[in-house]
Ligand binder design. Structure first.
Ligand code: GLY
Length: 412
């Protein structure tokens, strides 16, 4: 049935998904003068919430992913102005912290692998410093004794992903976009062209362009022909949030691979006034915390990586392994307060790189498949999709990530 009876007035752009990617697109489109509707049954409840907020182009670098590295670096370079603009528009800090990241080696073999990574990063112009055991302990005083060394990636930073989401939501709401908290039942086609969506309650929303930015769920929304669905698959990730004394926190992001299992520990700023109040973040470990529980801060530990379909049930074994490995790197973890276990789905793509741009169906744009880099790639995705819709072209930096490219390899 053609859903005309309850069709609302058309927006230029309808974004499916109010995670950080969908909201950044919506915000930037509004700034370009486009009318925007965003639809999501539970904004910010998915990967945007579970993420740890690392901006890690170097320490998540893999051999063979140089073009993704270039995109990651380009987006990382936008973060200072992106954070400042969001703060100016909304009065909220997003906890952007140029903290740097330390990767601790677990043993001699791991140290050799890290030195290889440092060499590879250096060939790509990335400043990475190898560390002796002594230098590692000087940077992270609470680290477990006996670790042989590691490396420092000074340009791998962090943002508080939940504050980021809150600020983007406020920016979008303040921009005049319509936000609809409802599930999308299907994407509507008129002939060969997408012309809107129908919500689960039967309401039809018309749009000039539909932007599919529903993360791992982007391939599940009904209405598109089989071959037109974005090739994303869910990769379950669990993170654990602890609260601990500021003086026991690592002063910068700490990563490691404990007996073959990767783990990361991301220290947030000491407790201040309520999240999103716009206060400038204090430096970790420096001075007393203001407000909240004096002298404590949040530590985010992540993340599992599980092929479990769309199941988001927290798994005890994953939590156990994360805490065990985190404690192996930072013994003070065992004294921390356990605050939260969070489970989300990374939108994996065939080559681990995002799918951004027009599709073979007129009126349908996708922005998904960001896999491990959704928070990092938020600024460049928002800017790029808005440029596509306002000017007609995707910026050159995103050319290689068009959805209908041939993936060089099927990587899982
Ligand atoms: N980027 C961190 C993760 O996906 O676990």
């Amino acid at each position: 049935m053609e859903p005309t009876e309850r069709r609302r007035p058309a927006a230029d752009v309808l974004v499916i998904g109010a995670g950080v990617i969908g909201l950044a697109i919506a915000w930037r489109c509004r700034q370009r003068g486009l009318s925007v509707t965003v639809v999501d049954p539970a904004p910010g409840s998915g990967a945007s919430r579970t993420a740890a907020g690392m901006l890690a182009p170097v320490t998540e670098l893999h051999y063979g992913e140089q073009s993704l590295l270039a995109l990651n670096l380009a987006s990382a370079a936008r973060y200072p102005s992106f954070a400042a603009e969001l703060q100016e528009v909304t009065g909220r800090s997003i906890g952007y912290r140029r903290s740097g990241t330390v990767v601790a080696a677990w043993d001699a073999a791991d140290l050799a692998a890290l030195r290889d990574l440092a060499g590879f990063a250096a060939t790509l112009g990335q400043p990475v410093q190898t560390l002796t055991g002594r230098e590692l302990r000087a940077l992270v005083p609470g680290i477990a004794p006996g670790l042989p060394g590691g490396l420092l990636a000074p340009e791998d930073h962090q943002v508080d992903n939940r504050r980021l989401h809150g600020a983007l939501l406020a920016a979008v709401a303040g921009s005049g976009a319509a936000l609809i908290d409802a599930p999308v039942a299907r994407i509507d086609l008129a002939g060969d062209r997408v012309n809107g969506v129908t919500l689960a309650d039967g309401t039809a929303l018309a749009a000039g362009t539909v932007v599919l930015a529903a993360g791992a769920h982007s391939g599940r929304i009904a209405g598109l022909p089989e071959g037109a669905r974005p090739r994303v698959h869910p990769v379950k990730g669990q993170t654990v949030r602890l609260r601990m004394a500021v003086e026991t926190m690592p002063p910068l992001i700490l990563r490691g691979t404990v007996k073959g299992a990767p783990v990361y520990l991301v220290p947030r700023d000491p407790d201040g006034p309520a999240s999103g109040d716009g206060a400038a973040p204090a430096r970790p470990g420096v001075g007393p915390a203001r407000g909240g529980r004096s002298g404590t801060a949040e530590l985010v530990i992540g993340a599992s990586s599980e092929e479990a379909g769309f199941d988001c049930t927290p798994r005890a074994g994953a939590v156990y392994e994360l805490l065990r490995d985190a404690q192996s790197l930072l013994p003070a973890v065992s004294e921390a307060e356990l605050v939260e276990v969070s489970t989300g789905l990374r939108p994996g793509s065939p080559d681990n790189a995002p799918l951004i741009g027009r599709t073979g169906i007129d009126g349908l744009v996708v922005a998904t498949g960001h896999y491990r880099n959704g928070v990092l790639l938020t600024p460049i995705t928002g800017d790029g999709v808005a440029a596509l819709l306002a000017d007609g072209d995707l910026p050159p930096a995103l050319d290689a990530f068009q959805p209908e490219r041939r993936a060089p390899q099927e990587v899982r």
